[in-house]
Design a protein around this ligand. Sequence first.
Ligand code: SF4
Length: 378
Amino acid sequence: MATGLYTHIPFCIRKCHYCDFTSLPVEEEAASQYIRAFMREAEIRAGLLQPEQKALDSVYVGGGTPTCLPGDSLIAVLESIFFFFNVSGSTEITVEANPGTVDFKKMLSLRRSGVNRISIGFQSCRQELLDTLGRIHSFSQAREAFWEAREAGFDNINIDLIFGIPGQTPGHWESCLKAVGDLRPEHISAYSLQLEEGTPLYDRVRGGALEQCPEDTEAEMYELLIDFLKEKGYLHYEISNFALPGRACRHNLRYWRGGEYLGLGPSAHSYLGGRRFSNRPDLKGYIDSLESGKLPVDWEEEVDLKTAMSEAVFLGLRLIEGLDTGEYRKRFGREIEDVYGEPVRRLENQGLIGIEGGCLRLTRRGLMLGNRVFSEFV
Ligand code: SF4
């Protein structure tokens, strides 16, 4: 069975105020040590896979900011993936690119190296909101990055957006959606802002310097998003993801459908052969492990039947098509209502989920309260 490959690039120009991902300010020496370690990890991991697992149907290079790597380092990362694994002309190959770290030349060299999908972190279209988030770029730089990608030949571009930012109004959000809609990207991901403890933005909100976006305003923005993009011809296929026909992200669908994937780089997670494992998050530990010839595994666990049954439900429910109850029966030998009779009935009565055409899915109200629904199945 084909596999998806995720690669984590743990560097950014500087940390955004809301970010709790594994990323450090980029620096030449650390980046070249990372690349050497990454190549070693790719070689060892590929050597442990069955031939059919080495056939990749999706590659996703994320971070961090892959496009902030100095010189040709990002191309070296891609080339080592192509060398150690089997990538074909039909493999979806995505690279995350942040405005302020790309230009036409970089886009062109990515396209020429075989990358066929670019994901650009716009996040917002208003300068004061970008400043609140601590982004390094303006909206016009983001738009420029989009056109540079188009000019370089990318016909599959995602734009990432954030809503529910302190100070953001539904009016701001609507004009942002219009501005992004005018660009006509093939894919849009829009997430509500999560205030993560330990980040500067969290501290400013908790300290009263900024007011958190009220829940009902956030819900209004989510409704606006769904209606606006539907009207523009985008298919709402996952809680936070929208695509023009045929442009859903294959790599992310793999996560939600319970497919196997391998993660390389610090803090990257994997799900292979019924086991989940994660790499150490600290760059030094990651590099030291690989320099001494060891895999940088932080933790590893077998996914038991109970966990697999629960994951299948809450991941499947993220998809708008929902969870195919017949497939569930085929996979686990039990009806979903027999395993989760009580929560299913309760959530149905609350109008948060429904079964239609053999699929269990979130209702429109359930989409807004996804986390409440998922917690019933954990
Ligand atoms: S660009 Fe992304 S990964 Fe880097 S600091 Fe900002 S949010 Fe975090």
